[in-house]
Design a protein. Sequence first.
Length: 132
Amino acid sequence: DAVEWAKCEDKGDGTYEISFSLKEEVNPEPTPADTLVPVSAHGAVMQPMAFNDIKAEVDKVLAKIPGVVLNQLDLFYRDHVYTCVYNPETDEVLSITHHIVIDIVVNADVFSKNIDGSARLLNEMFIYDITW
């Protein structure tokens, strides 16, 4: 339900490249440590910051800026792709690549004028030389 696509490709050198992409999700939450039961698709495979924690930090900063009232804040997690290279003979994951785009969308009143804004966070992580 949460997976947009998945594939496994034989690299021809004894390894396989396994990839999957998650569907877009708005304001995903991390998996609670006390239950370990995912509450969002992205929270099942990574630990996004809790939305309420992010909003609390934004509110704290905006409280110091007179004339600014935040009406809406949303985080759109999209284009989320995990790829790993796996060697079934040695049962080892040789590398992991993680790519995600997070679009940050806001609406605020600035000195009584309504303004929409957005920003884009591009996150790429490459993990190699994994020791088991």
